[in-house]
Design a protein around this ligand. Structure first.
Ligand SMILES: Nc1ncnc2c1ncn2[C@@H]1O[C@H](COP(=O)(O)OP(=O)(O)OP(=O)(O)O)[C@@H](O)[C@H]1O
Length: 576
């Protein structure tokens, strides 16, 4: 748990809540949102009014029964029925409006968080730099519970105030002593709950959310890496790792349960005393005949209503503590996203010198020095070179010397270091990693990603597949519209060829290949590389295959100590 995420039930929490909640009510959806909120308040008023009427009639027919007065009893029952017919739709509509508003709010907030998550590649940097665990859970579950619970608790608080006002008059008219007792009792219960259970339960719930998310994430990892795990016979190790992570969630939840047990002891004692206390206090008046039995019932109802209004925090403490934990998580996430947005190279880069990226027609590097994101290691020092169109560059060197890092810098993913990168903008430059990314979707989408909206004929797509030696792929899987888990059903070599077809179709001026043909046999690799020149695509490759040398004009050699050497490919002796 980071310092920014320390939970607590205090003014800071309310400020954080307001920061997240406020923008929706001033957004372009504000009028609809405010309209629904006003409707909700009216429905709540209606509910409270009906609660008072129900309470009145319950007292009335009880008194009629006690007085053995049949006419009075049936008149009261008819009134009760009429109230019921009017009240039921109001109650049902209240929940419908509340949850619809919650859902709309969730959609708005989710869109907003998603936009910020993808802005300036915050999703890429957040994991490593900002110490934000499980952003997926924060976007899916934390936002959902935030919007639903905000409305739920706001309405509960408002309902409590209305209830307080509505029933205070009733109770005051029956017994003033009862009112004074009630206030003292409510104050005691709230202070006691806050002091004893407050901070502890919020902290525990905060940790619980984190641990549940860790557990789910670990399960997703197993699903995603099922095959390598199976090859390693890694089941026992995976299972014990999962059990260990679950044990943390379990142990924390045990503590939550222990504290909830204490809270429940208090809450139930509180609830049962609420039934009997008012009757005990006014029993004297009823027994001496000063008060009708029905009035005593009415007083008990009013007492319970006011007490639940006054002790709203006590009653909903468990839910409130979970809600507070969610607010803290969402706020920390929001802050991290803001920090990323304010510093294009990532929050951690802010105070340091950075690599600058300029857009130009050609790719060139000017006194480029690269450090790892945490600035622990110097990978490359003062590289200056230009990659002219048609004169591909091959980057070679032992493992871990910074070859992929150089591509990350050219792509703008890393900015730690100094110097300048000039590169073509947008789709004139394309990157191909060793493990291709195959998004969810059909085969057409694999070929056109990320510009899947482009209108390209099936014939053309099939032709590109044929160009990369996958002529029967579409037919084999049921056509270009087939949706499969492509990562699973295709061999790595087929995936690399499919990704290559995507690159050929996009026709960038520069194609950056990070061992993108590593899984291919020599003939297929030659077939793919051989097509680049004809399409005027200049490759910048990282490869350990000597055969690709002839498709490049220059070789950049990185020995691993930060130095570099540029050789003409023609005179370069591989492995010397
Ligand atoms: N996010 C990161 N944070 C810190 N260090 C990193 C990070 N990513 C990579 N490195 C380190 O930077 C160095 C260069 O990594 P890079 O991936 O560029 O190597 P490479 O030359 O492409 O290696 P290979 O041929 O094995 O793919 C490595 O020592 C690596 O551990």
């Amino acid at each position: 748990m980071s310092a920014a995420e320390q939970p607590g039930f205090n003014a800071r929490l309310w400020r954080r809540f307001a920061t997240i909640a406020r923008p929706y009510w001033f957004s372009d959806e504000r009028w609809r949102a405010r309209g629904m909120l006003v409707l909700l308040v009216f429905l709540l008023l209606g509910q409270t009014a009906f609660n008072v009427l129900f309470n009145q009639e319950t007292g009335e027919f009880t008194s009629a029964l006690a007085a053995r007065d049949a006419d009075r009893f049936w008149a009261s029952i008819w009134r009760y029925t009429a109230i019921l017919v009017a009240a039921v739709p109001i109650y049902a509509l209240y929940y419908y409006v509340r949850d619809t508003l919650g859902l709309r709010w969730r959609r708005w907030l989710t869109d907003r968080f998603l936009a910020r998550y993808f802005h300036q590649r915050a999703y890429y940097r957040l994991g490593t730099e900002a110490g934000i665990d499980n952003p997926d859970q924060r976007i899916s579950e934390d936002i959902n519970s935030f919007t639903q619970q905000s409305l739920y608790f706001s309405m509960i608080v408002l309902g409590s105030v209305l209830q307080l006002v509505a029933f205070s008059a009733v109770l005051w008219s029956i017994s003033q002593g009862l009112v004074f007792f009630l206030i003292g009792y409510a104050v005691f219960s709230t202070v006691f709950t806050g002091a004893v259970f407050g901070k502890r339960l919020i902290g525990l719930n905060f940790r619980q959310l984190q641990r549940e998310a860790d557990f789910r994430f670990s399960l997703v990892r197993v699903r995603e890496h099922a095959e390598p795990i199976a090859f390693h016979d890694g089941e026992a190790r995976e299972m014990s790792a999962l059990q260990r992570i679950f044990a943390l969630a379990y142990a924390n939840y045990q503590q939550v349960l222990r504290w909830q047990f204490g809270l429940n002891l208090f809450q139930y004692a509180h609830a049962f005393l609420t039934i009997v206390l008012p009757t005990v206090i006014i029993a004297g008046d009823v027994l001496s005949g000063r008060l009708e039995v029905g009035r005593a019932i009415q007083a008990a109802g009013a007492f319970a209503a006011i007490l639940s209004a006054l002790t709203v925090i006590v009653e909903h403490f468990e839910g409130l503590s979970r809600f507070s934990a969610g607010v803290e998580r969402l706020h920390a996430f929001s802050q991290a996203l803001d920090a990323e947005a304010g510093t294009p190279g990532g929050a951690a880069d802010d105070a340091f010198q950075k690599i600058h990226t300029l857009h130009g027609f050609e790719l060139s590097l000017e006194r480029l020095t690269i450090l790892t994101p945490g600035r622990e290691h110097l990978l490359l020092q003062e590289v200056t070179l230009a990659v002219n169109p048609g004169q591909g560059l091959l980057i070679v060197g032992p493992s871990g010397t910074g070859k992929s890092s150089l591509l990350r810098v050219i792509a703008g993913l890393w900015t730690t270091g100094s110097g300048e990168v000039t590169r073509p903008a947008g789709s004139d430059m394309l990157f191909m990693p060793q493990q291709p990314y195959l998004p969810l979707g059909d085969l057409r989408c694999q070929l056109t990603y990320p510009h899947t909206e482009r209108d390209i004929s099936d014939e053309e797509l099939l032709q590109w597949l044929a160009q990369v030696n996958l002529p029967a792929l579409a037919e084999r899987f049921g056509g270009l519209g087939a949706e499969l888990d492509w990562q699973r059903v295709l061999s790595v070599g087929e995936q690399q060829r499919l990704a290559f077809a995507r690159a050929l179709l996009a026709k960038p001026r520069y194609l950056l290949l990070d061992e993108a043909t590593s899984a291919l046999d020599a003939a297929n690799e030659e077939l793919l590389y051989g097509q680049l020149a004809g399409l005027s695509i200049t490759p910048v490759s990282i490869s350990h295959h000597a055969a690709v040398l002839k498709h490049h004009a220059w070789v950049l050699e990185l020995p691993g100590d930060g130095s570099w050497t540029l050789h003409a490919a023609k005179s370069y002796r591989w492995g010397s």
